[in-house]
Write a protein that binds this ligand. Structure first.
Ligand code: ADP
Ligand code: MG
Length: 227
């Protein structure tokens, strides 16, 4: 498989507050992710994992440096353009599933596809396939509240990849699960990434899961470093 650069952070800066209380979270941080690569982001709480993922996911603007998604330099783009890139290229998974409680698992996965203009019938077929792939095809009609934590996260992962993104960003996706369920959910996530060739950046505190990924990075003194 040809390896393309999917995500490139160059000299990214992120600071909170001003003057004496100024907190520098990222200081000229660099990170490159290629297609087909699963990278663990392992760092203590409060070091900037979520900040980094939000910048990479175009949910926030850096204070300096550049975020490239695919070929696009994203800083100068309009909000509409950033939203379009986010919808087309990026899938995001949170620690807590953030599924819509009033809708079924199947409908939650159909939603992003329909927002992107796919007909309902096609969105439904793909949502069903993704649920099957995550081995919860039989749970499609249930609302999130009727699913276990592991099932909810599998639906959230299916939703994140519904539009076939090139980049998957996951913020402690198994942080809320018991170790056995975490391992199972991660296996499903890994299989999906391997099969689709997308690039994934996964923040986790779980060293066992991190050891199964292709590469491990951490945040040290505001920079992203391999370890
Ligand atoms: P992590 O995900 O690794 O736990 P975060 O990226 O959430 O870390 O946060 C990094 C640091 O930045 C923390 O010290 C946090 O308190 C601070 N921080 C995050 N967001 C804000 C904000 N909007 N305003 C001020 N400080 C923030
Ligand atoms: Mg965080």
């Amino acid at each position: 498989m040809k390896r393309n650069t999917v995500l490139k952070l160059s000299g990214v800066e992120r600071h909170y507050g001003q003057g004496d209380t100024r907190l520098s979270i990222l200081k000229k941080a660099d990170l490159t992710l290629n297609s087909g690569e699963i990278v663990a982001l392992v760092a203590p709480s409060g070091t900037g994992k979520s900040t980094l993922l939000h910048l990479a996911g175009l949910l926030e603007h850096p204070d300096g440096g550049e975020v490239h998604i695919g070929g696009h330099a994203c800083n100068g783009l309009s909000d509409d353009k950033r939203t379009a890139i986010r919808r087309g290229e990026i899938g995001f998974v949170y620690q807590f599933h953030h599924l819509l409680p009033e809708f079924s698992a199947l409908e939650n996965i159909m939603m992003p596809q329909m927002i992107s203009g796919l007909p309902r019938s096609e969105a439904k077929v793909r949502a069903g396939q993704l649920l099957d792939y995550m081995r919860i095809g039989h749970r499609g009609a249930h609302r999130p509240g009727e699913l276990s934590g592991g099932e909810q996260q599998r639906v959230a992962i299916a939703r994140a990849v519904a539009n076939a993104p090139s980049l998957l960003l996951a913020d402690e996706p198994t942080g809320n699960l018991d170790p056995e369920t975490a391992s199972y959910v991660f296996e499903a996530l890994e299989a999906l990434v391997r099969q689709s060739g997308l690039a994934a950046l996964i923040a986790t505190h779980n060293h066992e899961l991190a050891s199964r990924m292709d590469r491990r990075v951490t945040i040290a003194d505001g920079k992203v470093v391999d370890f």
